[in-house]
Write a protein that binds this ligand. Sequence first.
Ligand code: PBG
Ligand code: MG
Length: 339
Amino acid sequence: MSSFHLPPLPPYPASRPRRLRRDSFTRAMVREHQLSTSDLILPVFVLEGQNQVQDIASMPGVQRLSLDRLLPVAEECVKLGVPVMALFPVIDPQRKSPDGREATNPDGLVPRVVRALKDRFPELGLLTDVALDPFTTHGQDGLLDDTGYILNDETVEVLMQQALVQAQAGVDIVAPSDMMDGRIGAIRGALESQRLIHTRIMAYSAKYASAFYGPFRDAVGSKANLGKSNKQVYQMDPGNSDEALREVALDIAEGADMVMVKPGMPYLDIVRRVKDQFRVPTFAYQVSGEYAMLKAAANNGWLDGEAAMMEALLAFKRAGADGVLTYFALEAARLIRQR
Ligand SMILES: NCc1[nH]cc(CCC(=O)O)c1CC(=O)O
Ligand SMILES: [Mg+2]
C-alpha cells in the first residue's frame, strides 16, 4: 500500500471539512480525480452481412452491428475522443467447431473488420479479444479433453495463432481474455518472431469466474452453447485477492504492456491493489452485467441513469485504473464533452 500518513489535524472547529464543499468552484478546485474521454474504451459486437442491426435484450442500448453499421460508431469514437474500440465477433453457428479453428482464419470476421477499420480510421485504436469462446460449439475459451476439462498448453498454441492473425491484420492491441497459463509469454514470443514489435498486449490478468458476464454471452451467442457449465477451472475464484497479484506479476514478467481486472465495480479493491503493487498501466472492465444492472434500474426510473453511470465510471479512476472498458463509453463521452 502507499505510504500516506495524515498530518495531525487540528480538531474542530479549526478543521471544518465542509468549507471545501460549500460551492461548486471549491469542489472543482480540490477534486482529486476526473474522468476524461481518453479513459474510455468502447466494446462493440460485430457480425457478418450488410445493414445488420440486432438488439441485445439483456443490454438495452447495445446492438450487434455489421461492419457498414459499425463505421459510424468508429467515427463517433474519433470525434468524441474515445481512443480505442474493442471488437467482439458474433460468429455464424455454422462456423463454430469444438476446436474453434475459425479463430485462426486470416480471412475470418475479426481480421476483415480490423483491416477495414484501420483503413478508414487509422487514428482510432483497435483492440481484439484473444480467446476461443465465440468460435467453439461448447462456448468454452479453450480446447477440451475427453472429460470436458479445458486443456492449457494445447489451447495456448491456438491462441498464439489467433493473436498472430489479429496482429497481421493490423490490430493495435491484442487482449487475451482466456486465462490460460503462459499465454502472454507465448503470444509475445510469436509476435517477436514475426517482428510484430509494435503490437501491444493488454492482458486480462485478473479475470474472475463471474456471474456478471451473462449478457455478454447472450450478445456473442455463447450462452446457449455453454449451457449449465461454467469457467471456474480457469477464471479466478471471487474469494481471492492475493492470487490476483500473482497472476498480474506473471503476465508482466511474460511481456504484457498493460493489465486488466475484470469485472469492474465488484472488484475495485483488486484494481487498487494491482495499481499500488505494480504501477503499470492498469485497466478495468465494467462488464455486461454491470451495464445491465445500471440500465435496468435507470429504465425503471429507480436510479438517475446519467448520474449513476458517471459516478460508477469515476470510481474506477479513484480506485487507480488508467482506463475503463465500458459499454457506456459513447454516452459518457458525450456528457463529458457537454460539461
Ligand atoms: N473470453 C470471453 C470474454 N471476453 C469478455 C467477456 C465478458 C465481457 C462482459 O461481460 O462484458 C468474456 C466472457 C466470458 O469470459 O465468458
Ligand atoms: Mg494467468
